[in-house]
Write a protein that binds this ligand. Structure first.
Ligand code: ATP
Ligand code: MG
Length: 359
């Protein structure tokens, strides 16, 4: 019998709440579609630091390598103790250890949400292994440092290989979407060498995909274009930090950051992770929107289906997406970020209920 073994990591802040909601939906999928899912859980973040002195223990990294997929709750890494005291960013460490070079971040307005949400249906494809992120660009030393007390420097690493593979991931994704349009977002007018290299590779990949429309937009102009008319974009490919920021903007335009799922994908591994952080301001109150992580889990099921690991995963993922739309269409089920008074648990149960009904 086919099946998949998933490693589930709760993380910090609202992590335990939204992970529980996601498990409810996955358990329902398993029962409804006979997926043969098995789960393993492990501590990371503050909980792991309390018990074993590090926020990302080595056995967890090994378990992630051994699993078919990972579900990662959000982490409060900016609150952790220094790295020397075991406070590593679990998300960064896992992305690196599993070579999860593509961070796929859809922003899709749920039909029937209404309110101030704009009609958005785009995917940000964000380079995930280098750029301006100091924990990821250890290029002969730390990526960020202070040569003297009054000076701080950060190194932004851009390699041809990383640009090539993120561009290829973006065009492969665009092939499967009706609009078939890729926009490369950059700042090559000032970062001529580094963003210039990124554009070189995007153009080379665009040439190999003549059926896909390709254009280039500056990051600052892109922020304005998104607010004005996000509906005209389809797939956005960009470097790490621009992608981090733009995808939050796109998610919020689509209704809420709490709706935004994401998948960190490489050749061999994939990890579902909500786009947002650990939202410490609302942790423990049962008001977090679990849809972001539920949608991320659906992306993981799709990825497992595409690889042939879990053929029925695609059907389950489609049922989750339909369940999310149906649940959110009911104002009484909406969480406060969507203008409602619903709870994390009730929204997750509503999605699970719709999934069960598809059988
Ligand atoms: P971190 O330090 O972990 O990144 P943060 O303080 O930056 O945390 P985010 O998690 O990035 O916070 O969230 C930014 C804002 O969006 C917060 O006000 C948070 O409450 C809200 N938010 C984020 N995720 C959700 C969610 N799933 N449901 C509801 N609100 C959310
Ligand atoms: Mg944040």
């Amino acid at each position: 019998m086919s099946g998949a073994h998933l490693l589930v990591l709760e993380g910090d802040g609202i992590g335990p709440e939204i992970v529980a909601g996601t498990r409810t939906v996955l358990d329902t999928c398993d029962a409804t579609f006979g997926l043969g899912l098995s789960f393993e859980t492990a501590e990371i973040g503050f909980a792991a630091h309390r018990s074993v002195g590090t926020t990302i223990p080595d056995p967890v990294i090994a378990a992630a390598r051994g699993a078919d997929g990972v579900i990662l709750g959000p982490v409060s890494h900016n609150e952790y103790p220094p790295v020397a005291e075991g406070g590593l960013n679990p998300s960064g460490v896992l992305r690196k250890a599993l070579d999860l070079y593509a961070n796929i971040r859809p922003a899709l307005t749920p039909e029937g949400l209404g309110g101030s949400a704009r009609a958005v249906d785009l995917v940000t494809v964000r380079e995930n292994t280098e750029g301006f992120y100091a924990d990821r660009n250890m290029f002969e030393g730390p990526g960020e440092f202070r040569p003297d007390p009054d000076l701080a420097l950060a190194i932004r690493k851009i390699s041809r290989r990383a640009c090539r593979r993120i561009a290829e991931a973006a065009f492969a994704l665009a092939e499967a979407r009706p609009a078939r349009h890729v926009t490369a977002v950059h700042k090559a007018n000032v970062l001529r060498i580094s963003d210039g290299l990124f554009l070189e590779e995007c153009r080379a990949v665009a040439e190999a995909h003549p059926a896909i429309a390709y254009d280039e937009v500056l990051i600052d102009a892109m922020a304005a274009h998104l607010v004005r008319d996000a509906g005209r974009y389809d797939v956005i490919v960009t470097t790490n930090m621009y992608g981090d920021i733009l995808s939050d903007l796109a998610a919020e335009l689509s209704g809420s950051l709490g709706l935004a799922g994401s998948l960190n994908a490489g050749e061999e591994h994939a990890m579902a992770q909500a786009q947002h952080g650990s939202a410490p301001d609302i942790a423990g109150q049962g008001r977090a929107n679990p849809v972001s992580l539920i949608a991320s889990a659906a992306m993981l099921l799709d990825w497992l289906a595409q690889r042939g690991t879990l053929p029925a995963g695609a059907e389950a993922a489609a049922a989750i997406r339909a369940g999310i739309v149906a649940a959110i269409a009911e104002p009484g089920t909406r969480t406060p970020d969507l203008g409602g008074t619903g709870t994390t648990t009730a929204l997750a149960q509503a999605v699970a209920g719709y999934v069960a009904d598809t059988a």
